[in-house]
Ligand binder design. Structure first.
Ligand code: SAM
Length: 282
């Protein structure tokens, strides 16, 4: 028997086989399933052989009230599983208010990890994964959208956006005005038959999208690479190679960057930064 608690369970983002054994077993044993859309989730539940369990809906607009009902179910020894239409609940999906409320009441909340479009896209993007920022859905209104996109001009981490196929063309157009040379990746229909990944600069993706209508179909995750660091922009490859060679010869970072700065008329601060990075001291 399951311990009385709220179980946050991740469900597939396309491929129905992407469900963990633990999620399936927990859904089979639960006394109540709280779903974003009960009719939609029935298809998934049927596919894993879960039927007959009592279900309630849990949306953004009713989840605060649902907390009373779910808390009462857990208080009498029940186990409640929270699922959303796809992927991990609470990630651009309902559940936050419910979880917060249950935590405040001292009720046990646990999570059963699994698919999430943002993480799936990040992993296969080829963009840096050491630091990343999940933005979720971009604003719909143009002025707000511009403002938000501008804030990523100097971003230090890979940024993950959820975007609608109706708005992707406009979003890429604005991004191309702001940072045309920045690397970006568009992932569509992840884990599904027509899964595709488009990699390039923002302006290259924008140009490709104008001729490839598929890029505006299905479910999309857009990723933006971190802004290049000052020294990456400022230092040409030949100067980098020279710096590397001087450091290998045993010159200090300070000395080598000063010499190269004078010889090649480059910013010594940028050379120094790169020198530290090359020596693994940054
Ligand atoms: N909770 C979900 C998760 O864990 O990823 C996200 C739900 S959000 C309402 C739906 C958005 O996630 C879609 O509009 C799309 O941006 C992204 N998404 C979901 N499934 C996807 C898939 N199979 N391929 C690409 N993007 C997907």
């Amino acid at each position: 028997m399951l311990e009385p608690a709220l179980y946050i369970a991740a469900t597939p983002i396309g491929n129905l086989q992407d469900v963990t054994l633990r999620v399936r077993a927990t859904l089979q044993e639960a006394t109540l399933i709280a779903a974003e859309d009960t009719r939609h989730s029935r298809i998934f539940l049927d596919s894993i052989g879960v039927s007959g369990t009592r279900m309630i809906s849990c949306h953004d607009y009713n989840e605060a009230q649902r907390a009373d009902l779910i808390a009462a179910e857990i208080a009498k020894g029940g186990s409640v599983v929270l699922i959303s239409d796809a992927g991990t609940p609470l990630i651009s999906d309902p559940g936050f208010k419910l979880v917060r409320e249950l935590c405040a009441r001292g009720i046990k909340v646990t999570a059963l990890p699994g698919p999430c479009a943002a993480i799936t896209a990040l992993c296969l993007s080829g963009l840096p994964t050491d630091k990343f920022y999940f933005y979720g859905f971009l604003p719909v209104k143009d002025k707000e959208l511009r403002e938000v996109l501008t804030t990523f001009s100097d971003s230090e981490a890979t940024t993950v956006f959820y975007e609608s196929p109706r708005r992707i063309a406009h979003t890429l157009e604005l991004m191309a005005q702001l940072y045309p040379k920045r690397e970006a990746v568009l992932c569509r229909e992840l884990t599904k038959t027509f899964e595709s990944v488009y990699r390039g600069t923002v302006s290259a993706l924008q140009a490709q999208l104008l001729v490839d209508e598929n890029m505006q179909r299905g479910e999309l995750v857009l990723l933006l690479a971190p802004a290049p660091k000052e020294h990456e922009v400022a230092i040409p490859p030949k100067a980098r190679a020279a710096l590397e060679a001087m450091l290998k010869e045993g010159m200090s970072v300070k000395g080598a960057s000063r010499v190269l700065s004078e010889l090649l008329n480059l910013k010594s601060k940028a050379l120094y930064q790169l020198g530290l990075e090359l020596k693994g001291q940054a």
